[in-house]
Design a binder for this molecule. Structure first.
Ligand code: CA
Length: 220
């Protein structure tokens, strides 16, 4: 049974995450400030840390920085406000494994928790590939053939979604809810815009438009 530490100072959100994880067979504990989070994460009793950025005593970035400075390899999923993506990217460079923009659906967090725990055990899952396109989920690097491609956080998330479903047609709504979250306007054309960005970076032929249905990743 996996043990998850939830560092979150808002009781409503902490309880939402805790109830959901327990219902899915996880053991949980909540730390309501950064000092407690750091101490409990350092205890070695947890397999994963869900870490809010805005915490009293010590913020999430500082908790993460200290854990990594102590060479603590615990997988960390950062919870962040949707408008703080720049900060979040900085957090990922500081050694977080993934991030979850608030607000989120519980299933989205659960998928990330499961992925991180699985990734931790099986190294091959840290790199997703389709033909000569690859994404390293730990370093957040994308490669086409041998060349590194710079992707923004959203582009990376979009590419990751495609690489998890190679050859499958993904509807705009699916991509929207997976990459942008449920509260995004379903009438938005943001998916099409980002598919265009991604095509420019990884090669237009890799993402096919399936008329009236969505998009599909194919080997170039
Ligand atoms: Ca907070």
């Amino acid at each position: 049974m996996s043990r998850v530490l939830i560092a979150e100072d808002e009781p409503r959100i902490a309880s939402f995450i805790e109830k959901g994880l327990r219902a899915n067979g996880f053991t949980t504990a909540v730390a309501a400030d950064g000092g407690a989070a750091r101490a409990q994460a350092a205890s070695g009793e947890f397999d994963l840390l869900v870490l809010d950025i805005g915490l009293p005593v010590m913020d999430g970035f500082e908790v993460l920085r200290r854990l990594r400075a102590e060479r603590n390899p615990i997988p960390v999923i950062i919870l962040t406000a949707r408008d703080s993506v720049q900060d979040t990217v900085a957090g990922l460079e500081g050694g977080a494994d993934d991030y979850m923009p608030k607000p989120f659906r519980f299933e989205e967090l659960l998928a990330r928790v499961r992925l991180r725990l699985a990734t931790d055990r099986t190294a091959e899952l840290t790199v997703l590939t389709c033909g000569d396109l690859s994404l390293d989920l730990r370093t957040r690097r994308a490669r086409v053939s041998e060349a590194t491609v710079d992707l923004s956080a959203r582009e990376f998330a979009l590419a990751e979604t495609f690489l998890r479903h190679p050859g499958q047609v993904l509807a705009r709504e699916q991509l929207l809810s997976h990459v942008w979250g449920y509260d995004f306007d379903p009438g938005s054309n943001v998916v099409d815009v980002y598919v265009r960005y991604l095509r420019r970076k990884i090669g237009a032929g890799r993402i096919e438009t399936v008329r009236g249905m969505g998009y599909r990743l194919v080997e170039a």
